[in-house]
Structures are given as C-alpha cells and as structure tokens.
Design a protein around this ligand. Structure first.
Ligand code: CDP
Length: 237
C-alpha cells in the first residue's frame, strides 16, 4: 500500500490518500485541541498513545461484530482505515452526568443516568456542534431515519461492550462520542475511540483520566491516557 497526498488535516489527525481508493491512512499527531479548536497544544507521545489505544478498542469492537473502519496499525502514529462517506452527525451516549449535560440541564455531575441517554449533535465547529434531533437530521438530509436507527443501535451496543471492558480495569465509562460513515452502503463506525472523545473516571476515586484533564488544565494528560490503556491491556509498544 502506497501512501499518497494529504487530503485533510483535522485538529488532531491528518488523513492521507493511498493507491487504493477504498483505503486511507490516518496519522495521529501530537496536537490536542479543546473548545472547538480555540485552545491547541502539542503533547508528547499523544499521537502514538491515541493511535494504539484506538487500534485496541476497534479490534475489541470488531471481535463482537460491530463494523468499524479500522483495517490495521501501520506504525506508531498511523493506521489504515476504510475510505467512507462520513455522516455529519455525532452520537453521544452518557452513563453518568458530566460536561455539556450538566451545563445544559443543571443536573449534578456524577449522577447515574438510568437508562443511559442518547444525544445527536451536528458536526460543525463554526456553530459549536449544536444539538440536533432525528427530525432535523432527516429534514436537512444529514442522515435518514434508517441510518439514525442503525447508528443509535450500534452506539448502545458499543456501550455494553466498552462499559464492561473499562469496568474490568476499575474505570467508569462516563460518556463518549461516536461518528459513523457509509462504506459500500453499510453504516460503519469511523473516527477514533480514545480518551479524547470519551470520559473515563477511576471507579473508586472518580479521578478524571480523559481529555477533561486538558480542558480543565489538570495536567498529566498523556500519563492518564497511558494509565487507562495499561489497565485495559493496550500495547503501547
Ligand atoms: O465535552 P463537552 O462538554 O464539549 O460536550 P459533551 O456533550 O459533554 O460531550 C460528551 C462526550 O462526547 C465527551 O466524552 C466528549 O469528550 C465527547 N465529545 C467529543 O469527543 N467531541 C465533540 N465534538 C463533542 C463531544
């Protein structure tokens, strides 16, 4: 597989074409951002840690039959993925109240959410990823009702698998965001799963071990990601 030109540089990853039109290479950079890109910093080892973390999670999801874009690790900072048409919708599941939910509804951080909640957001930095719903997504053509139903079912299935995986490492999966795309007509999980896009707390102390350490200036960001990875069995090479 030959790496070709850079197609797109996101806030933390760059996407490269390959000689196969159905395959792309994702390069995980050390950059990290918060508040819709308003705060940017480079954190040593971040690209490698997230690339290997994501590979581990994608493999776990594939093992239980969840279709993902992941094809394999290429190097410390790169992996091969399917070239998909991404849907501009973010799916968020929450098991415990935190972040935007606490701000929006005034509920207490840390309250258990039973049953877990499901929210949709439009992927649009300029508009600060506004919350949307199924009706808006259908009307504006962001996703069909069938695609939305499939994404919701897959997002909850991911919750069952990952809640248990993290619980085995004495961690609480507080919430997370997933993005999906279409590959040969099928809804497939895309983007990445790493502590950048989810909240993970120590089950006993409730210490934050995810990107909130960066958002809240708590320090030890990558050390926390590595600690989480170590507890669930990620090979950081
Ligand atoms: O984290 P924030 O307050 O911006 O939003 P949230 O709705 O509380 O986020 C819920 C979960 O989705 C958290 O784990 C976020 O890290 C993740 N998320 C993300 O990865 N990317 C976004 N654009 C928005 C949320």
């Amino acid at each position: 597989m030959e790496k070709r030109q850079e197609l797109y540089a996101g806030k933390a990853k760059s996407v490269f074409a390959t000689d196969d039109p159905d395959r792309l290479i994702l390069h995980f950079r050390d950059d990290t951002s918060a508040f819709d890109g308003e705060r940017m910093e480079s954190l040593e080892r971040k690209g490698k840690v997230n690339n290997r973390f994501n590979a581990f999670i994608m493999n776990k999801l594939e093992e239980v039959g969840i279709p993902t874009h992941f094809e394999g690790l290429l190097s410390d900072n790169e992996c091969m993925v399917k070239n998909m048409d991404m849907l501009p919708v973010e799916c968020v599941v929450r098991n415990i109240a935190a972040g935007g939910l606490v701000k929006r509804l005034g509920v207490e951080e840390g309250s258990e959410l039973n049953p877990p909640t499901f929210e949709l957001f439009l992927k649009n930095d300029a508009l600060h990823d506004p919350m949307i719903n199924e009706s808006l997504a259908e009307t504006f053509g962001w996703a069909t009702p069938e695609q939305l139903a499939e994404m919701k079912a897959l997002t909850f299935r991911v919750n069952e698998v990952l809640k248990q995986l993290f619980a085995d490492g004495n961690l609480l999966l507080v919430d997370y965001k997933l993005e999906f795309g279409l590959f040969q007509g099928q809804i497939v999980l895309g983007d990445e799963f790493s502590p950048d896009g989810c909240r993970l707390w120590d089950a006993e102390t409730r210490e934050k071990l995810d990107k909130d350490r960066f958002r809240q200036g708590l320090g030890g960001v990558i050390e926390a990601y590595e600690e989480v990875g170590k507890r669930i069995g990620v090979d950081f090479g």
